[in-house]
Design a binder for this molecule. Structure first.
Ligand code: T4K
Length: 370
């Protein structure tokens, strides 16, 4: 067996020869960016595939989050989770907004709806939850709270490509949702992202904001940014979309194998995901709890010694980074569940091309350490 390291993920890529005709079209037309034909086709194709009304493509999810906040003119304070990738909170600082961290739900590590109301102040304008690992937030409760207090909701849906509940796409909840198409995500365009929005007027504003605020050649309506996805990335996205169902099915098989093998081990906790959701199997987090022979970092080190480059997503908590830890809401005592999750979690490798023998090897390393 190869001794090559096994990473937490590896991007799915189409056969190179299938991409060449797309590149030829770009070379022929010389349209490289600024809303060209592939950009428009991918927006259309994604709306159909995901079951959403409007999409605006971006260079990455971080710029999309910043633009989403700008589009809705969010100011003051935004309630969010400390248990996420740092880009979630960074988007707030970039727009001059104060993040207010609250604890997470122990069942799925998403924003705990029970903690939202106590965090609302006269300065609160919005909630920014994350569908962590692609597991849906309690969207109905968040909607009720937001409606009661007149707050906007922007979902960081970076992990949630294709995820659905009984009513359809999870991306249709809230005022806006933001997807990531980064190389490490279920659906990738190398780098990329998107904002999903419910109405054409909001999409138009977002489209202006991602193009410096230009409305026409001589009119600029806001200090927008350059967030446009290029034709190269959009063309790749069209090709990637053809294989996405197969890619997710292969992830599902790995998820099932891990669950069957690891579910019964004392001291290893698994997140159950959501009952009624169509999942995307973006990540496979395990929790190393008291009762297991090694602590989390012990198991993490054991895996690394054997070339298994699992990751501690999300450790450290965002609220522990220097630019956040002075905030009153970052106090460790206020975030016990998030803190425990960050201390116990390891995300195991999961990606469509992960060979069965490697899956078995990872399982064996954990089982034999128990
Ligand atoms: N919100 C949330 C909740 C997010 O999770 C993220 C991103 C964002 C917002 C922002 O989205 P973007 O602005 O990125 O669109 C990675 C990704 O860079 C980041 O996109 C992702 N979340 C985060 C959870 O993971 P790192 O620092 O762990 O990536 P890296 O380079 O260590 O990659 C992990 C492994 O993947 C590597 O060990 C090998 C493999 N890999 C990676 C890349 C980049 C490849 O095989 N090929 C590749 O090209 O952050």
């Amino acid at each position: 067996m190869s001794n090559k390291p096994i990473y937490v993920t590896q991007p799915a890529l189409p056969p190179l020869e299938e991409f060449i005709p797309y590149l030829e079209q770009i070379w022929d037309s010389k349209v490289l960016t600024n809303g060209g034909p592939f950009h428009q086709q991918l927006e259309q194709a994604l709306c159909e595939h995901l079951g959403v009304k409007h999409i605006s493509l971006f260079t990455n999810a971080t710029i999309a989050l910043i633009t989403a906040l700008q589009a809705l003119r969010i100011t003051g304070e935004v309630i969010t989770t400390p248990y996420s990738f740092v880009a979630t909170a960074h988007s707030l600082l970039w727009t001059g907004v104060k993040p207010v961290f609250i604890d997470v739900d122990p069942r799925n590590f998403n924003l705990d709806p029970d903690c939202i109301e106590a965090a609302i102040t006269p300065h609160t304008t919005a909630i920014m939850p994350v569908h962590c690992y692609g597991h849906p937030c309690d969207v109905e409760r968040i909607e009720r709270i937001a409606d009661t207090y007149g707050l906007k909701v922007i979902y960081d849906a970076a992990h949630a490509f294709g995820v659905r509940n009984a009513r359809g796409s999870i991306l249709n909840y809230g005022d806006l949702s933001v997807l990531s198409f980064h190389a490490t995500k279920v659906f990738n365009t190398f780098e990329g992202g998107a904002i999903i929005c419910p109405d054409a007027k909001t999409k138009q504003r977002i489209d202006h904001l991602k193009n410096f605020g230009f409305v026409d050649e001589v009119t600029v309506i806001a200090p927008g940014i350059n967030g446009k996805m290029s034709e190269f990335n959009a063309a790749l996205g069209l090709l990637q979309l053809k294989d996405i169902d197969n890619a997710i099915a292969r992830r599902q098989a790995i998820d099932a194998r891990y669950r069957a093998a690891l579910g019964g081990i004392t001291g290893i906790g698994l997140l159950s995901g959501s009952d009624d959701a169509v999942a995307n199997y973006a990540y496979f987090p395990i929790l190393v709890q008291p009762g297991f022979a090694l602590n989390r970092d012990g198991l993490f080190a054991r895996l690394r010694e054997h070339g298994i480059m699992a990751r501690r997503y999300f450790y450290p908590l965002i609220s522990d980074f220097p630019m956040y830890r002075g905030l009153p809401s970052a106090a460790p005592a206020l975030l016990p569940t998030a803190r425990q999750a960050a201390q116990q979690v390891i995300c195991l490798p999961i990606y469509p091309d992960l060979p069965v023998e490697q899956q078995e090897r990872i399982i064996e390393l954990i089982v034999s350490a128990a």
